[in-house]
Design a protein around this ligand. Structure first.
Ligand code: ACO
Length: 443
């Protein structure tokens, strides 16, 4: 098969959000801390009616209906998530109930987990299956989904929730490019979930931020080397290596810093270039010290501002208005770019993506836009759908977070959340029985 990549993409996010400016007031922090300091505008959340399986059921079923894909035509389904409700039974296996009527039980693939990186691994697996000797001619689905909730405190405004489904196959409008991918992985305790009785992670915020930036640095250097080799470019830089850059977004300010780090990498690769006159003081800074030096960050945030506007900003729509959806975050970025930039401008362009999962696992890879993305954007209708949500007061959000916390992993439990708070066509948790078995229905 040739031109293997993304044939279609659909997103799911909850109907309700909390406004970050109102949350600043409610939390008693300084005005601007979440909206400017983190660069967040709204945060999606849900109550006890939804869990990771219902999110994925909603996303996949909505995808299949919109694109009119037959369940028979799917030969592989991968799920990337770190929202775990069962230590053994995969979310993928729960999704198999959608295949029942089609009679298709011959579907490879299972869940992949490492913080926000699982979705990327799911996508890579799907693409590689289609490109492999084991491919049977059918299509693959890659699902990236999470419900990101934090304990009360400074990490809570960096939550969010959502799911993305991508259909993978040959002759795709978005072709995953061979030869450019670059990866960085290491052992770290920056963000992890050792307490299986809680939805909340253990977080070392400052370490996670440094690790994100170091991963950008390492992956981007490898990506540039590959671009130079594959494209025959003499000096690859932010300006010529790709037309758009999409990042995993814990909050959009971190993306700004990620891009700034790439500007810094460009500088270290050609420190004498005239555009870096303002950065000469950083020539001799040790790499290890460079990650936390505020002056470097500030200087390169400034120097990369035009690139931020032209090559990154369109991909931040959902990130700013949904928040972190962990595995789904990067792919909400891709969906945002496809929604915000007209197909005529995207065609022929390269989109580079940076995926980061704490712990840590990170990759930079790319797509070439081969043909029209109009249908993808129309099906997404992203802005319209984001604007059709309901704002909820921070007090209510806070109560709902407590409800989720106190009912997490209960058996013999019937959720109390009203079905009116769900979009039409949403799967919801109807009941958890005495053996922890979960039943779902659709609005
Ligand atoms: N107006 C404007 N800016 C403000 C204001 C204000 N009133 N108040 C604070 N700020 C700025 C700060 O200067 C800081 O900016 P900087 O990052 O450029 O230095 C920024 O807002 C954040 O403020 P902090 O005091 O550093 O924030 P805090 O420590 O309370 O929390 C953190 C931030 C660590 C990111 C926290 O939200 C967290 O732990 N989140 C979860 C971990 C995370 O998301 N990590 C990212 C990668 S890993 C992943 O994706 C999970």
């Amino acid at each position: 098969p040739s031109d293997v990549g993304i044939l279609g993409i659909e997103v799911y996010f909850p109907r309700r959000y909390v406004d970050q400016a109102e949350l600043e007031q409610f939390d008693g922090v300084s005005t601007g801390k979440y909206t400017i300091g983190l660069g967040q505008s709204k945060m999606a959340f849900t109550d006890d009616r939804e869990d990771i399986a219902s999110f994925c059921l909603s996303a996949v079923q909505n995808f299949m209906e919109k694109y009119q894909v037959d369940y028979q035509s799917i030969g592989r389904l991968e799920v990337g998530t770190e929202t775990i409700v069962d230590k053994s039974k995969s979310t993928k296996s729960v999704l198999m109930q959608l295949f029942r009527d089609s009679g298709n039980y011959n579907v490879e693939g299972i869940d992949t987990t490492n913080a926000c990186y699982g979705g990327t691994s799911a996508l890579f697996n799907a693409v590689q299956w289609v490109e492999s000797s084991h491919w049977d001619g059918r299509l693959a689905l890659a699902v990236a989904a999470d419900i990101a909730v934090y304990a009360k405190g400074n990490a809570r405004p960096s939550g969010g929730a959502g799911a993305v489904v991508m259909l993978v196959g040959p002759n795709a409008p978005l072709v995953m490019e061979p030869g450019l991918r670059s990866t960085h992985m290491e052992h770290l305790y920056d963000f992890y979930k050792p307490d299986l009785s809680s939805e909340f992670p253990e977080v070392d915020g400052p370490l996670s931020v440094v690790s994100y930036v170091r991963s950008v640095d390492e992956c981007y250097r490898g990506f540039l080397n590959n671009v130079e080799r594959v494209d025959g470019v003499k000096q690859a830089t932010l300006a010529n290596a790709a037309d758009y850059y999409v990042f995993h977004s814990p909050y959009t300010k971190q993306v700004v810093k990620g891009l700034a780090r790439m500007g810094y990498v460009d500088f270290t690769r050609q420190p004498d270039a005239p555009e870096y006159a303002a950065a000469q003081a950083f020539r001799d800074v040790e790499t290890s010290a460079s990650y936390t030096l505020k002056e470097i960050e500030k200087t390169f945030v400034g120097l990369t501002k035009p690139l931020l506007t032209n090559k990154v900003a369109p991909s931040l729509l959902a990130a700013r208005d949904i928040g972190n959806s962990y595995c789904a975050s990067l792919y909400f970025g891709l969906a945002s770019l496809l929604s915000e930039v007209p197909s005529t401008e995207l065609q022929g362009r390269r989109i580079a993506l940076f995926s980061y999962g704490s712990g840590s696992a990170a990759s930079m890879f790319s797509f070439r836009v081969r043909s029209s993305t109009d249908q993808l954007a129309q099906h997404l209708a992203l802005r319209e759908r984001l604007d059709s949500r309901t704002k909820v007061a921070p007090e209510t959000f806070d109560q709902i977070m407590s409800l989720r916390e106190s009912t997490h992993q209960l058996r013999d439990y019937t959720p109390t959340g009203s079905l009116d708070n769900l979009f039409p066509g949403t799967y919801y948790l109807e009941n958890v029985d005495g053996k922890f078995r979960r039943q779902y229905q659709r609005t």
